[in-house]
Design a protein around this ligand. Structure first.
Ligand code: AMP
Ligand code: ZN
Length: 115
C-alpha cells in the first residue's frame, strides 16, 4: 500500500468506488470518467507503479486480470460484440494514475487507431 495512491485507497475502501469485482488480489470498479458505455478499471491490490515494474512474480496476477476482464465482459453482456483492454504506460502512453491498471472498454464500436 502506497500512502498517497488513489487506487491503493480505493482498494482498501478509504475512497469509494462502484465495485464490479473483487478478490484477494484484484479489484475492478467503474471508471469515474467513462469513455464507453462500459468502462471498468481492473487493478491489482498490490501497488505496482507501471507495466515496467512488473516481475516474473506477477505473471499469474496479470493472467488473472485478463480472465477477470473476460468474465466481466461476459457478465455485462458485451463480450460477443467485442471490447478492448488497455494499459497506458508512462506519460506518452497516457498514464495519469501511477498504480498499474487495465481499462476494460465495451458497449460501442471502438475506433482504431486510438488517439
Ligand atoms: P490512466 O490515464 O490510464 O492512468 O487512467 C486513469 C483512469 O482513472 C482515468 O480513466 C480516470 O478517469 C480514472 N479515475 C481517476 N480517478 C478515479 C476515481 N476516483 N475512481 C474511478 N476512476 C478514476
Ligand atoms: Zn497504489
Amino acid at each position: 500500500m502506497a500512502t498517497d495512491c488513489l487506487f491503493c485507497k480505493i482498494s482498501t475502501g478509504e475512497i469509494p468506488a462502484t465495485i464490479r469485482y473483487e478478490d484477494e488480489d484484484l479489484i475492478a470498479f467503474e471508471d469515474i470518467s467513462p469513455q464507453a458505455p462500459h468502462h471498468i478499471l481492473i487493478v491489482p491490490r498490490k501497488h505496482i507503479r507501471t507495466t515496467l515494474d512488473l516481475t516474473t512474480a506477477d505473471n499469474q496476477l496479470i493472467g488473472r486480470i485478463y480472465q477477470v476482464a473476460g468474465k466481466l465482459a461476459n457478465d455485462l453482456g458485451f463480450a460477443q460484440d467485442g471490447f478492448r483492454i488497455v494499459n497506458n504506460c508512462n506519460e506518452a502512453g497516457g498514464q495519469v494514475v501511477w498504480h498499474l491498471h487495465f481499462h476494460l472498454l465495451g458497449g460501442r464500436d471502438l475506433s482504431w487507431p486510438p488517439g
